[in-house]
Design a protein around this ligand. Structure first.
Ligand SMILES: NC(=O)c1ccc[n+]([C@@H]2O[C@H](COP(=O)([O-])OP(=O)(O)OC[C@H]3O[C@@H](n4cnc5c(N)ncnc54)[C@H](O)[C@@H]3O)[C@@H](O)[C@H]2O)c1
Ligand SMILES: O=C[C@H](O)CS(=O)(=O)O
Length: 483
């Protein structure tokens, strides 16, 4: 707990306790060395139901504010988040593991959604539709959905909350959020800043629980929760979608990915290598839009592998609190063992290990950045989300062959390809079955653009102008009886 007192603003974590202080608690640990950081309340169903009831009351008042009043409060929240960036980054690296530089980047990325939707709040436009008859007017209103709920993952503990909370609050909704039990501290600190900005605590409560399925059941069965926004694995997303049918809730599902990264022979090779490194090893490969499988044109395969491996082997692995570290730990031992198992199975299926391939002996829960070549289309590692610093490389001969391989997956979140042929760029981008395409870019996420996928990668979009509509209902008014 001493580390909390070393923060610039220890009050950000006024809901954290010394381990063993609470009767029923969640112990938050550092994924790098498994050291216990602090304890927080493990909320009960009764507490969650009270939070939803209070949110319903708060939402009625919040929706009465003008869009501009809500926008001003969101702007204040944004400013407070940026002012607390150092503390928020420290908290994130300690509980999630990502390098401090990445945590600092995520704080800014998360804040950008608050800024964006503080502006979009004022653009929830209805329409005045040309009437079919002179005795009536036809208009539409945009109104808030009401009380909404969010369930978020551990890999982006701030941005995955603000990407939901900001549009929800901008639209006039309440937002009850359950963060992952691995990373609740970022959520609690973020909420503390929201309350300081003027967002009523009852409007955006953070519910923390070790029993995620139970909270999911409460959220999906509750008649006052009119929308659920989930970010996480496809398996859980499907389960929640099924559960939510009982209340016919609005849904946003941001799920798993299996992003192909294609380098055509006409690509800028150095740019492609840099983009591949950025996309693959961000957050130690634990992002839904990481390049998950690489397809390199045969003509340039050996040169690409040589340049890529040289950079991979030079990546520094270790404790995210060390400013020199580029690849931090995986979230827990289960994740480390899963990645290790995926690599072993890929090699057993014929892949060649070029570098890495095992946990980093001197660094806790880290896995060495790994490159596999001679990966054939039937290799099991291509069929699932690796969620680790492992780059399986395949070779291809034709454009149609590689597009077919890119699309040969149940997922459809992000895809990437490098080419300098403008005709090929438009041809390939149109044929890829996914929600987002990086063309000569390895990092594409921004608050300005709609983020989301197709097929088993989810439903709906977050960010962009589309993001606000997820929290609005459209009401049609027919005003008749006019002269
Ligand atoms: N598409 C996106 O924007 C996006 C972003 C981040 C992560 N993800 C995906 O999330 C996965 C990794 O994150 P994760 O391990 O936290 O996923 P996860 O599905 O295990 O957990 C996500 C959240 O759901 C909760 N949860 C788990 N089981 C639940 C259940 N039965 N009912 C209700 N809630 C439940 C967890 O506590 C957590 O808060 C990967 O598949 C990744 O691709 C997708
Ligand atoms: O992992 C999932 C996140 O949505 C990735 S990003 O931060 O939005 O690129």
């Amino acid at each position: 707990m001493r580390w909390i007192n070393q923060l610039n603003d220890p009050e950000l974590l006024n809901q954290a306790f010394a381990i063993g202080t609470l009767t029923d608690e969640i112990v938050v640990t550092n994924p790098y060395n498994h050291q216990a950081l602090c304890a927080i309340d493990n909320h009960t169903v009764e507490q969650v139901n009270h939070a939803i009831a209070d949110a319903k009351v708060a939402q009625a008042d919040w929706a009465k504010l003008s869009a501009k009043q809500r926008a001003n409060i969101l702007r204040r929240w944004h400013d407070l988040v940026l002012a607390a960036a150092d503390d928020l980054a420290t908290i994130m690296t300690l509980e999630q593991g990502k390098p401090l530089l990445e945590s600092t980047g995520e704080v800014a990325y998360g804040a950008s959604f608050i800024e964006w939707f503080s502006e979009e709040a004022k653009r929830a436009y209805g329409r005045h539709i040309p009437s079919p008859a002179s005795d009536r007017h036809i208009v539409t209103l945009k109104q808030p959905v009401g009380v909404t709920a969010g369930i978020t993952p551990w890999n982006f503990p701030i941005a995955m909350i603000t990407r939901k909370a900001a549009p929800a609050l901008a639209a006039g909704c309440a937002f009850v959020v359950k963060p992952a039990a691995n990373t609740p501290l970022s959520a609690l600190a973020l909420a503390q800043l929201a309350y300081r900005a003027g967002i009523p605590p009852a409007l955006m409560p953070v519910v923390c629980s070790l029993d995620a399925p139970l909270i999911g059941s409460v959220f999906t069965q509750h008649p006052d929760i009119r929308k659920l926004s989930f970010t996480g694995s496809t398996a859980v997303g499907k389960q929640l979608m099924s559960q939510s049918a009982a209340q016919l809730q609005r849904l946003s599902l941001e799920l798993g990915g299996n992003a192909p990264f294609v380098v055509f022979a006409d690509a800028d090779l150095n740019a492609a290598v840099d983009g591949a490194i950025a996309s693959k090893f961000r957050n130690a490969g634990q992002t839904c839009v990481c390049a998950n499988r690489f397809y390199i044109a045969r003509e340039i395969h050996d040169e690409f592998v040589s340049l890529f491996v040289a950079k991979v082997a030079a990546l520094t692995v270790g404790n995210g609190m060390d400013s020199a570290v580029q690849v931090g730990p995986l979230i827990d031992e289960r994740a480390l063992n899963k990645v290790n198992d995926l690599v072993d199975k890929a090699i057993a299926a014929g892949a060649t290990l070029v570098c890495g391939g095992q946990p980093a002996p001197a660094h806790g829960n880290c896995f060495l950045p790994t490159v596999l070549t001679d990966v054939t289309p039937d290799n099991p590692i291509l069929k699932q989300e690796i969620f680790g610093p492992v780059a399986p490389i395949c070779v291809f001969d034709s454009e149609q062959e590689v597009i077919a391989q890119c699309n040969d997956t149940e997922y459809g979140l992000a895809s990437y390809f490098y080419s300098r042929d403008i005709n090929r760029i438009w041809r390939v981008a149109a044929q890829l079955e996914c929600g987002m395409v990086g063309i000569n870019e390895g990092i594409i996420s921004t608050e300005l653009a709609p983020f989301g996928g197709v097929k088993h990668s989810g439903i709906g979009r977050e960010g962009g102008s589309e993001g606000l509509d997820e929290y609005l209902e459209t009401k049609y008014l027919c005003m008749g009886g006019l002269d």
